[in-house]
Design a protein around this ligand. Structure first.
Ligand SMILES: [Zn+2]
Length: 464
């Protein structure tokens, strides 16, 4: 805890996405509510904006751009936003700033992890991959470490490159340090040159997948990452077809355990391997949502239906006490009295109204759905601890353009005021993430997804 405080030398930041006059925000209010997915997304957004020349966050002291760094890993360091801090970019020409701290390799995820020499090494994996490709008669131009040059003269050297069905593909083998900057700039380079780019890891040491460099890859890719091992090499040879493992994070609802994440794995072929990255990401999030909805249906179908019926009728949370209690007991969610005290009733009503409005296809019903959403928004933005829930409202707005567009200018103002409060917020979103996800599986990917504790060999995909 002390360590976090000490790393958070930058306590306030200028958020350039907020309206002028409302740009100063508490670092802890931005970072602490972030889930693992939220942190990876923010890191990627901040990096992208920085590269594009309009940094999202600046230091109020020296006005230099800031990035979101991860605290050095330790057993007690949360991997979500609570374990992150703002930091200046290394820049010898920058004006002096007393908030500037020394560069630290951990911050950018560029630390070699111990034990990497074991298992398939980098060169081994590259050649294994080229061998797999050579088994597929549809694959041509297989090259190891060939330079790819763009028209502007810039170049990259992927570990392996090939052509499959007319599509050029570049593969980088990721066994260790790939910084977020590398991941993003390679994605941009290859997309600009119409080359599909994928990362492939091995399956020897899955603990490693919880490290920052890997989380930045798969949390921004719908929870999915490709992998190669001897089993899949054998499958390529047997079927004369290029295939890979794909590891995917999926939800697991197994009372009395809390709702948690597991790695599932499938052998995938070119349809998945050549998929457009945005489509692959969206599909991963959709699979997660569907799997959770189906498991919730199996375990808590009647309770969930009854709670949603109560929400449709505008009933208060107290009305849902039996159902809430049944579900919360089985997944170790918070009790209903805590939920009521922490304003969950207004949040459920808002999520329900936002969902109803966003999914309302009937033109004549839209004004009614919009009015209901305006009312629910007015409530959720004025409850006693509205500032604690504001990041969730913001997240949902980012996820759903119709919800975003339906905010009135007054609501937007109120939301900005809450997001820029000078008072510290508390972690109500995290407290109730499981229950909110059970009721609204479409927020679950954002709220729940994190690096699973166990490798995929323990959990195989089943029929749900
Ligand atoms: Zn500064």
């Amino acid at each position: 805890m002390n360590k976090t405080i000490q790393l958070r030398a930058i306590e306030t930041v200028t958020d350039t996405t907020m309206p002028p006059g409302q740009q100063v925000r508490l670092a802890r209010n931005i970072l602490d509510p972030l889930t693992e997915v939220g942190l990876s997304e923010l890191r990627a957004d901040v990096r992208t904006a920085y590269v594009a020349g309009h940094p999202r966050f600046r230091c109020p002291g020296c006005n230099e751009p800031l990035f979101v760094a991860q605290n050095p890993a330790s057993a007690n360091t949360p991997r979500d936003g609570r374990g992150a801090h703002f930091k200046h970019h290394a820049n010898v020409d920058a004006p002096p700033c007393r908030k500037r701290t020394a560069a630290n390799l951990h911050d950018i995820g560029a630390v070699k992890f111990p034990g990497l020499g074991e298992g398939a090494d980098h060169s081994n994996l590259k050649h294994m991959l080229a061998f797999c490709l050579s088994q597929d008669p549809n694959v041509t131009d297989i090259e190891v470490e060939r330079q790819i040059r763009a028209l502007d003269g810039s170049w990259r050297q992927p570990d392996v490159s090939f052509v499959l069905d007319g599509q050029a593909v570049a593969v980088d083998v990721q066994l260790a340090a790939a910084s977020l900057a590398t991941i993003l700039e390679r994605g941009t380079f290859y997309a600009a040159n119409k080359i599909r780019h994928i990362w492939v890891t091995d399956t020897a040491d899955l603990d490693r997948l919880s490290q920052l460099a890997f989380r930045d890859s798969y949390l921004n890719m719908g929870g999915r990452i490709f992998a190669l091992d001897a089993d899949v090499v054998a499958a390529c040879v047997e079927q004369s077809r290029f295939q890979l493992w794909e590891l995917s994070i999926m939800p697991r609802l197994a009372p009395p355990l809390p709702l948690h994440n597991v790695w599932e794995r499938d052998v995938v072929d070119q349809e998945t391997i050549l998929m457009d990255p945005a489509a692959r990401k969206a599909e991963g999030q959709k699979r997660y949502r569907r799997s959770l909805a189906s498991q919730v249906g199996q375990h808590f179908g009647p309770q969930r239906a009854s709670m949603r019926a109560a929400l449709a009728e505008g009933k208060p949370l107290e009305w849902m006490r039996p159902e809430w209690t049944t579900i919360a007991r089985q997944i170790k969610g918070r009790d209903i009295d805590t939920a009521i005290t922490q304003g969950v009733g207004a949040v459920l009503a808002w999520l329900y109204a936002a969902e109803a409005y966003a999914s309302c296809a009937e033109p004549t019903a839209r004004p009614v759905a919009l009015a209901a959403m305006h009312q629910a928004t007015a409530t959720v933005l004025t409850i006693r601890n509205a500032k604690d829930w504001a990041p969730l409202v913001e997240t949902v707005c980012t996820m759903s353009p119709p919800v975003q567009a339906a905010l009135t200018p007054d609501h937007r103002d109120q939301l900005n005021t809450l997001l820029t409060t000078a008072e510290p917020t508390t972690s109500v979103i995290r407290n109730h993430a499981q229950m909110l996800s059970v009721l609204f599986p479409w927020v679950a990917f954002k709220l729940l997804v994190k690096a699973p504790k166990f490798g995929p060999s323990i959990n195989r995909r089943n029929s749900h």
